[in-house]
Design a protein around this ligand. Sequence first.
Ligand SMILES: [Zn+2]
Length: 547
Amino acid sequence: MKPRPVSHRMTPILPSWRSLFPVALVAVASLVLPRPGQAQVRWEAVADGYPRTAAEANGFSAHTRHAEMWSYLEALRAMSADMRLGVYGETRQGRQLPYAIFSKPLVSEPWEAMALDRPIVLLAANVHGGERTFREGLMILMRDLATPGTPANALLDRVTVLVAPQINPDGFEASAGGQRGNAWGIDLNRDYVKLEHPTIQGYVQNLIGRWRPHLFVDGHNGGARPYNLNYQCTSHYDAAIELTLICDDEIFPAIDARLGGEGMSAWYYQRGDEQEWNTGGSEVRIGRNYGGMVNSVGILFEAPQQALETGARAGYLGYLAVLEWVVANDDHLVGTVEAARAETVAMGAAPRGQIAVEMEYAAEDEPVDYLLVRGGGFNDPPGTPVDTVHVTGARLMKKPVATRLRDRPWAYLLPRDAEDAVALLRRHGITVEQLTAPASLEVQAYTVSGVQHEEQYNHVAVTRIQVGEVVDRTMDFPVGTYLVPTAQYLGRLAAHMLEVETQDNVVYWNRMDAWVPRPTAGDSEAPLAPIYKLMTPTTLSSRLVGG
Ligand SMILES: [Zn+2]
């Protein structure tokens, strides 16, 4: 990895000072700091004839329901020549999933948007059904995007905006407060790799896959007071680090400034104490990390506890700040993303570098300052005193560190009966070929020293292979053997899904259970994991699978 440049948002603290006061807690009651619910909320004027959301109409005493959202979106489309409205999928309970396209000139297909040579941005919310606050702000922003003459609408000369305001309506409608999972109780923000649920399949294939946004934002509820918005970007060792740095050093400060202009504040997701701030999971199955693995800037927004209208406004400003930053930095964003895409293909074509099959978060190089609020939360007994402390010089735990690395191959080889695994790869758009003539090939393989099935979030028994040794073998591969080149746009994701030790691979998600051998006592040689690695470019008779 390249050394990380010092971010302007992280203030270095002198070592001598740190040794005296490793952690400083300063009472800040006298300082001017934003408090939840106290910011003055003012919205842009609504032009004649344009609709209001149900939440606006009821004074933010209740959320906009799914059917009310559809009425609102249709009314908006009927007013605006800068908006199209479509459906990208359907939920388990048959609800239609809307998306809108905003651009000038108005486009309807990805290749039209790409021909405009502008950034493509996807803004989404409510993948967790009970997490609804930013969805309200996003729907209001949709109106401003659709209304000629507004500052938001003016951005559409320079950016194509897609909006998916409600990814999980079944979860939203499941109860008065909504539920996190979908109608089956499954967490859709852990389904980005296994793609078992139609909602996320539709989202990944029809929006992320077809449109290949340069950047996308996923709006949730969570994080920590006193902030109005918590953010986080892709943080994974195998994603291009530039896609993370562009968030930390440029986009997030732009969000801070936009919210600061209305007395609000923003900071990293998720929570901290006096020593360190922790920042959520590194699994690729989570939307923001999937974003980096498919060479987009994947941003998470979280709405901490606050009044609904205040939170909706924070979300509005956060999404708007992203669009404003994109327009002001359009060439820079597109250039950074395209460089990551080109690098992905290049590092597979002449295989180089390594894949982190295990990683963890360590402290970023520079210490950080932040606020902690104790008491006064929804779960605290009434009357608990509210205490705010200013933590300085703490660790920000988000630097991806590889704890096990494997060499990147030129291609992975899968047995010809690995159809389920191939089907999953192809759902993501990963290129797969098939041998049309037998081939004797020198490959790298992993010996299997153990196989375990274990419970994983929403999944009863994933398959985990324990690798013994890395061995070189010359093996005969019959006609029909699958070949997955790493020199492809989705090469980072393909490697993550085909290395058998990661937490999101085709073996782990049970797509190859029938072909995973078990070591038995008395084996003269340990069995091999059924995915082989061709380490050097090789001429082969093969044909692309599918169209
Ligand atoms: Zn969430």
